[in-house]
Design a binder for this molecule. Structure first.
Ligand code: ADP
Length: 217
């Protein structure tokens, strides 16, 4: 994989599936940002990634595009989970995923707290291919076996500094117990304090570290 970031880089060079690529352009993205250039090909390859860049540099776009390319549209099972610390962030990410996958036949669902559990259970029965949500409800649904983790091949932790901080850490660890050992794990964050980097050793497999210092879209 090329490590260099180029001004003239095109999304066409990043191994993105054609139907996802169409969605990227239709969404209005023209050129990949630095974090997108550096992390999309690695996510598509299936490797674990730890990516750090300031907010507003295109991290959401990066993991959404990469993760979408990993989905097998023919496999009508849950294949990817994206975990965020808040309902609002989960909603925003889901909207981006819907836009970028608008030319692909890929299903998705929001799994967050303070919504109807019964409705959540009914919707999970359709085996949405992508789940975007918050830690507590996701763990509840996994433990009660409504969210099936058997076919999960990508797990994304966004705002990883918050997700792995005191309040959420145990919930994330519990979720990880239900995830296959060979599941790709991608961690995105604006900041990565040492104590978080240290605990990633426990559950990540030789992650590729991607750091972008300064760039604003
Ligand atoms: P982050 O997750 O790092 O905060 P986002 O992915 O939300 O950043 O991107 C910040 C803003 O820039 C959003 O409005 C998004 O739509 C836009 N954006 C992201 N990537 C690109 C791109 N390659 N080209 C143009 N705009 C982009």
């Amino acid at each position: 994989m090329s490590e260099s970031v180029r001004e003239d880089m095109s999304f066409d060079e990043l191994n993105i599936n054609d139907n996802i690529l169409r969605g990227v352009y239709a969404y209005g993205f023209e050129k990949p940002s630095a974090i997108q250039q550096k992390s999309i090909p690695t996510i598509i390859e299936g490797k674990d990634v730890i990516a750090q860049a300031q907010s507003g540099t295109g991290k959401t776009g990066a993991f959404s595009i990469g993760m979408l390319c990993r989905i097998d549209p023919e496999l009508k099972k849950t294949q990817s989970i994206i975990i965020l610390p808040t309902h609002e962030l989960a909603n925003q990410v889901l909207l981006v995923i819907k836009e970028i996958s608008s030319y692909a036949n890929i299903t998705n669902m929001l799994v967050v707290g303070k919504t109807s559990v019964q409705q959540c259970i009914r919707d999970l029965d359709n085996n949405p291919q992508i789940i975007v949500g918050t830690p507590g409800r996701i763990l509840d649904m996994i433990q009660s076996k409504y969210l099936i983790t058997e076919n999960i091949n990508t797990l994304i932790l966004d705002e990883a500094d918050e997700i792995l901080s005191f309040g959420f850490k145990d919930t994330i660890y519990e979720i990880l117990q239900f995830i296959n050992k060979n599941t790709q794990i991608c961690l995105f964050s604006a900041t990565l304090p040492d104590e978080i980097l240290e605990i990633t050793d426990k559950f990540m497999n030789n992650p590729e570290k991607v750091l972008v210092k300064k760039e604003q879209l």
